[in-house]
Design a binder for this molecule. Sequence first.
Ligand SMILES: [Zn+2]
Length: 175
Amino acid sequence: MTIASALTIESPVLVLNQNYQPLNICSVRRAIVLMGGGKAELIVNGRGEIRSSHKAFPMPSVVRLHYMVKKPMVERRLSRQALFYRDNFTCQYCGIPTKKLTIDHIIPRSRNGKHIWENVVSACMTCNHQKAERTPKEAQMHLLKTPAAPKPNPYYIFYHRKIEEEWSPFIPWKN
Ligand SMILES: [Zn+2]
């Protein structure tokens, strides 16, 4: 359990969409404004009260919107780590799983190959060295699969966040 005194007006609150799907994370301050404006309801308190000079508010941990928000499908930004995750930490040429990966540009950058999801794969040191500044065809190397951008994940916002205990029932992989 979190100690109540450690909670502030800036503590994180899980915001659920109208259909109870996790939507985003906001501050207690923002959640109180949403509830006060009739835009959201309290789902889980569990944190006691927060007092202003003449009023007491429940300290929300989870709130739910009274309306449906359509999430924009944000495309995943290309980074080393995101690429290795996409390729399951496996060299896309020889199929060996390893943590010692490099980024291979299928059409080499020296030949105007773009730095986009469709033109990059994870490659082990050996394969990257062997392929060098050539296309897979020239190097007679074969890709395990055609690279593509990973599918947008609506729960991406939670990947690097601490999941509060009271949020767990609403987070699919925490159930
Ligand atoms: Zn390899």
